[in-house]
Design a protein around this ligand. Structure first.
Ligand code: RP5
Length: 155
């Protein structure tokens, strides 16, 4: 299975490229596309409807402001959707965070921290690892590497 990275604007790409870096480091294939839930709604609906057929297992959606991209995607598909709230100039990303995290019951979206594209990708890998033991081994190695770095740190 692959991961689908979607974002509401090309201006989100700098942050969302963090998800690409993580997926690449785990050897997980992904697709990426700019699709907006308000500027290109038809395109976005078609894109999400076709996701499962394209082999997508998890969707990562980054958006800012009145950030409905992840919620709309989750309303279209039962594939798991992970939301990445973008930092914004006017409200610092709190607007994006609340838009994404406060999904009404029945249509869940797993929301990570503001700008948390890398964690979104790690979570996506953990989901794919449920049916791919080789990813579990890679996640274990990643955790160990992270811990070893801290243990080796002297101040
Ligand atoms: C949202 O509006 C996008 O996800 C982006 O974070 C924000 C601003 O978009 P641009 O005006 O930079 O295209 O749809």
């Amino acid at each position: 299975m692959i991961v689908s990275i979607i974002m509401g604007s090309v201006s989100d790409y700098e942050v969302m490229s963090g998800a690409e870096q993580v997926l690449t480091s785990f050897g997980v294939e992904y697709e990426k596309k700019v699709v907006s839930a308000h500027r290109t709604l038809d395109l976005m609906v078609d894109y999400i409807k076709g996701a499962r057929e394209r082999g997508v297992g998890v969707i990562i959606a980054g958006a800012g402001g009145a950030a409905h991209l992840a919620g709309v995607a989750a309303g279209i598909t039962t594939l798991p959707v992970i939301a990445v709230p973008m930092q914004t100039k006017s409200l610092g990303g709190l607007d994006s965070l609340l838009s994404m995290v406060q999904m009404p019951t029945g249509i869940p979206v797993a929301t990570v921290a503001i700008g948390g594209a890398k964690n979104a990708a790690i979570l996506a890998v953990e989901m794919l690892a449920l049916s791919d033991p080789s990813l579990t081994s890679k996640l274990d190695a990643f955790r160990k590497e992270q811990a070893d770095k801290i243990k080796a740190t002297t101040i």
